[in-house]
Write a protein that binds this ligand. Sequence first.
Ligand SMILES: NC(=O)c1ccc[n+]([C@@H]2O[C@H](COP(=O)([O-])OP(=O)(O)OC[C@H]3O[C@@H](n4cnc5c(N)ncnc54)[C@H](O)[C@@H]3O)[C@@H](O)[C@H]2O)c1
Ligand SMILES: [Zn+2]
Ligand SMILES: [Zn+2]
Length: 346
Amino acid sequence: VSDNAGPSLPKTMRASVLLEVGKVAVLERPVPRPGPGEVLVRISSVGVCGSDVHYYQHGRIGDYVVDGPLVLGHEAGGRIVAVGPGVSAARVDERVAVEPGLPCRRCELCRSGRYNLCRDVRFLATPPIDGAFCEFLVVAADFAFAVPDSVSDDAAALIEPLSVGLWACQKAGVGAGSRVLVTGAGPIGLIVLQVARALGAGWIRVSDIDQQRRETALRYGASEVVDPTIVGESEQTPVDCFIDCSGAAAAVKAGIREVSPGGSVVLVGMGSDEVILPIPFIQNRELTVTGTFRYANTYPAAVSLAASGVVDLDGLVTRHVDLDHVADALSPERSSKDIKIIVRPA
Ligand SMILES: NC(=O)c1ccc[n+]([C@@H]2O[C@H](COP(=O)([O-])OP(=O)(O)OC[C@H]3O[C@@H](n4cnc5c(N)ncnc54)[C@H](O)[C@@H]3O)[C@@H](O)[C@H]2O)c1
Ligand SMILES: [Zn+2]
Ligand SMILES: [Zn+2]
C-alpha cells in the first residue's frame, strides 16, 4: 500500500467527541490515512448546525440514535495535506469545501443523479459516522471541492448550508422576477434569501417571529419582513414560490395560502412531522408541494456564488470557538443573537 501521507504529519490529533447527552470531551485520536481515491484534509473551520445541537441535547434525531462516542460537525472546510493512491499529488495544499454525504455511487438513485436520496449514504456526524470537529478528516477526493482565495475558511465550511439553500431555490423554481416568501430567517432562511436574490427574484418577503432575525433579513436584502404573529394572511401579496425554513406548522399552513396559482411550495424546515394542509386550495391552484433532503450536485455552483461575493457567508458568522469550547457552541444557553457559530479545530 502506497502512503503519500508524508512524514511531517502527526500520528495523533485532537477531536471533540460526544460521549453522552450533554457531554463532549477532547480526546486523542489517530490521524486517519487517505486510502485509494481519498484525500486527507486539515480542517480549518466547521459550522455548527442545528442537527449538531440536537444530537448533543437529545442524543438522537428520529431514527438516528447516538449509541457510541460520536464526533459532531458536518459543515467543514480545510486544506488538503495528503492524498491517497490514485489522487494527483498536485492537490496537496489545495483549499477545499467538504461535501459531507458520501453516497454508495452504485444504486439506482445514485446513478440517476439523485444521490442525496441514496439509502447507503455515509453522512458526517450522523451516527455512526464521525464528523469534523477534529483536526484531520479523510474524504473522497471528488467530495473535496477546491475553493479560490476569495472564499474564506469559514465560507468554505458554509458551502454546506449554502447548498441546502441553493437546492431549495432550484426545487422552488426561483428565477428572474419571481416573488418569493421565505419563512424562518435562521442561517438557512438567510441563505435562501440571498440565493433567491442571486437567481433574480423580483421581490422577497421574509417572515420570522424574532425581531432581530427580521432585521438581519432586511440587511440581507429582503424586500419586506413580517412578524407572523401580527400580520394576517389576507393582507399578504401573493407569491410564486414559498420556501419554509422554519419547520413551524403555523408558518407552513399560512404560507401555502399566500401562493398564487401554479406556484410552488418547498418544505425545508424540519420540526412539525405532521401538518394539516388545505387540499382544495392546493388543488384549485395546482400548487406543487415538495420537501427537500439535503442537496445533490450543488457544490460547484455554491462555490461560485460564494467566490463571486453574490452570497455573503462570512456575515452570518457571529462567533468562533476552539475544540475545547465546542460545548459552549452546542449548549441551550447559546445566545439567540448567534446566527452561525464556527468551530476552529486548529
Ligand atoms: N431539508 C434539509 O435537508 C435541511 C437541511 C438543513 C436544515 N434543515 C432545517 O431547516 C430549518 C432551518 O434551519 P436553521 O439552521 O436556519 O434553523 P433556525 O432554528 O436557526 O431557524 C429557524 C427560524 O424560524 C423562525 N420561526 C419559528 N417559528 C416561526 C414561524 N411561525 N414563522 C416564521 N418563522 C418562524 C425562528 O425564529 C428561527 O429564526 C430547520 O428546521 C432545519 O432542521 C433542513
Ligand atoms: Zn447542517
Ligand atoms: Zn446509492
